[in-house]
Every structure is written in structure tokens, then in C-alpha cells.
Design a protein around this ligand. Structure first.
Ligand SMILES: [Zn+2]
Length: 331
């Protein structure tokens, strides 16, 4: 039966009813965007590797982070100790651990380099988790530097460089290593960040390692003037469409035309179902209760005119953010 022609003609309410009756979509029936979501949903699975988590805990300055967080928790009771710990992790990650890379400095003469293209990774580079190798050429001496774009957290713990992709990947993993439930949040346009679950506030909290941003979900739209279509949070517990948390005014919403809404709902449900297949009925029920609470929270943002905190993007060279229209300079 061809549901797509049907759902285009019925109301939103009817769409929900129909989509809840759609059979589970087989991979072959999914369009490219649906396939992409399924493949992206595997990213956070790597965060559960206990050996990698141990390695991370050896690298993290735990004593310092905990003592800072305890001090903060004395002064600010709105958030719990674990929340303060993640906030301290944000600060440490940005200032003491990771480096933002537009182009690498020349290792021969320390001159400035420019990007002159990319090449495919070698077999070994691919094994190390490099998806792509950018080539940066020195403007002074002509030497070229390879900039591997790593997507494996184990490698990133050592390499400690990159752009928002590497930052969000490694930071979300470190939140897991520190015991927070965390989501790797993917935006269909070009950004990724993190959400952690606050047990104290009983809700998912926006975190952006590149910006040292905490609980500032309108940063991208109202702050950077960024328009977005889909924002999906992936975790070991499933996948959730969290777009409404980040887009609270229609003017920042891009058309959602990459997949039908019932199909999107179906693929996210399928991911959730798969991820939760091995947990106890009690845990499953608890997660479902949280899902429902979050659903109401997200639905409540729709149409609400909330003024966001205006903040230009901190990470990235000025020109780069300007070119993307994210410095607030583009109306
Ligand atoms: Zn050079």
C-alpha cells in the first residue's frame, strides 16, 4: 500500500494515527536520509567500550574536576554534582584538552597553511578511523600537512584535534565515561553537539564542547542565526527528534523534506526498539516515561516565542564562521 500519497493529503493528527500503524520499515524501503540516520545511530555505541572508558578516566584530571564540581555544587543547588562535573569537563575540554583546527600550522616552518583538497585514507589510516584526509599546504615553504579527520574516540583521545565533529564525538564519549547518560546530537545541516541527562532537573540538557555552552539550546538559531531542518539525538538508548529544543521560532526552521514525517518517526522508533531490546521491562518503562515527558517538553516549545541568549560562535576563525553566516552578522 502506498502510504506516502495518502499521508500527504491528511491532517497532522491523522498522520500520527497512520504512522503508528505503519509496519516497521525494512532497510530497503528507507530512502537515503533514513539510511543515513540508521548508520549515524551507531556512533554512540562506541562510547560503551569499557576499556576505552578506563583509558579516558586515566587521562581525565578526575581529582581536579570533582573538587571543582563539589565547590560549584555548594554554591549552586539548581544543578546536581554530576551536572557541575560535566560543566567543569566542558571547561577543561575546551581550554586544556582539545584544539580547534581550521588548518594545521606548518611543521617545517610554522607558517600558515591553506586547504588544497583532500585524499582518500590509506588502509592503515582507515583502520585508525580516518574518514578523510585533508591536505593543507604551507603558504611560506610549500610543505604539505595531512589532516586526518578521525571519527574513532580511542584515536581522538590521543590526537585531540579537530572541528566540531571530533569535538562532539570525543566530548560526548567523555560524558559517558564520567557516568552521565549522553546523546550525540546531529544536525542535518552541518553541526554536532551533545546532550546530557540531568538527574537533578530530570531533563536532557544541551552541551556544546566547542562553545563551552551549557543549557543554551537557542545558541544556534537566535545566537548564530543558523537555520536548521532536523536535529536528532542519538544514544545507546535510542534516537530522538529534538529539533524543537533548538528551533523555537519558525524563521529558523528549514523545510523538513528529506523524509516523510511518518517515515522519520518509524525509523527513530525502530532504532529505539533495537537499542532497548536487551534491557529489563522496568528500565524500559522508566525510559518510556521519560520519553513521554520529553515529548511534552518538546511539543511545548513549538510556537513559543522564547528569547534566546545572543552569543556569537566562539570556536572557529572569524572569517570561517562569517562565511557560514553564524556570527550574527547576516540578518
Ligand atoms: Zn612551511
Amino acid at each position: 500500500m502506498d502510504y506516502s500519497s495518502l499521508v500527504s493529503r491528511v491532517s497532522a493528527k491523522a498522520k500520527n494515527i497512520i504512522s503508528s500503524r505503519l509496519p516497521g520499515l525494512q532497510t530497503s524501503e528507507l530512502n537515503a536520509f533514513g539510511q543515513t540516520l540508521k548508520s549515524l545511530s551507531e556512533t554512540p555505541l562506541a562510547y560503551e567500550d569499557s576499556h576505552l572508558q578506563d583509558k579516558a578516566l586515566e587521562i581525565l584530571p578526575l581529582e581536579r574536576l570533582y573538587s571543582e564540581a563539589e565547590e560549584d555544587a555548594q554554591k549552586d543547588k539548581i544543578w546536581g554534582l554530576q551536572d557541575h562535573l560535566i560543566r567543569r569537563l566542558l571547561r577543561w575540554f575546551k581550554h586544556d584538552f582539545f584544539t580547534w583546527v581550521n588548518t594545521l600550522p606548518c611543521t617545517k616552518c610554522n607558517g600558515n597553511t591553506v586547504s588544497v583538497g583532500a585524499r582518500r585514507p590509506t588502509y592503515q589510516e582507515r583502520l585508525d578511523g580516518a574518514g578523510n584526509i585533508e591536505i593543507h599546504r604551507c603558504q611560506a615553504c610549500g610543505h604539505t600537512e595531512d589532516f586526518p579527520r578521525y571519527n574513532k574516540v580511542g584515536i581522538l583521545l590521543e590526537y585531540r584535534k579537530g572541528r566540531c565533529g571530533e569535538w562532539a564525538n570525543c566530548f560526548t564519549f567523555l560524558c559517558r565515561a564520567l557516568g552521565s547518560r549522553s546523546r550525540w546530537v546531529w544536525n542535518a545541516e552541518d553541526h554536532v553537539w551533545t546532550e546530557v541527562y540531568s538527574e537533578t532537573q530530570q531533563r536532557w540538557v544541551h552541551c556544546d564542547a566547542c562553545e563551552e555552552a551549557w543549557d543554551n539550546p537557542t545558541l544556534y538559531s537566535q545566537g548564530w542565526n543558523k537555520k536548521m531542518s532536523y536535529v536528532i539525538g542519538f544514544s545507546t538508548e535510542g534516537a530522538t527528534d529534538v529539533t524543537n529544543r533548538y528551533i523555537r521560532k519558525d524563521e529558523y526552521a528549514l523545510p523538513r523534506n528529506k523524509i516523510s514525517e511518518p517515515q522519520l518517526k518509524s525509523v527513530l522508533n525502530e532504532i529505539k526498539h533495537t537499542r532497548r531490546s536487551l534491557i529489563s521491562p522496568e528500565e524500559k518503562q522508566a525510559l518510556q516515561d521519560q520519553d513521554e515527558k520529553e515529548f511534552l517538553e518538546l511539543a511545548n516549545y513549538q510556537g513559543l516565542l522564547k528569547s534566546g541568549i545572543m552569543a556569537p560562535r566562539e570556536s572557529g576563525a572569524g572569517e570561517w564562521t562569517k562565511a557560514r553566516g553564524e556570527d550574527g552578522s547576516v540578518p
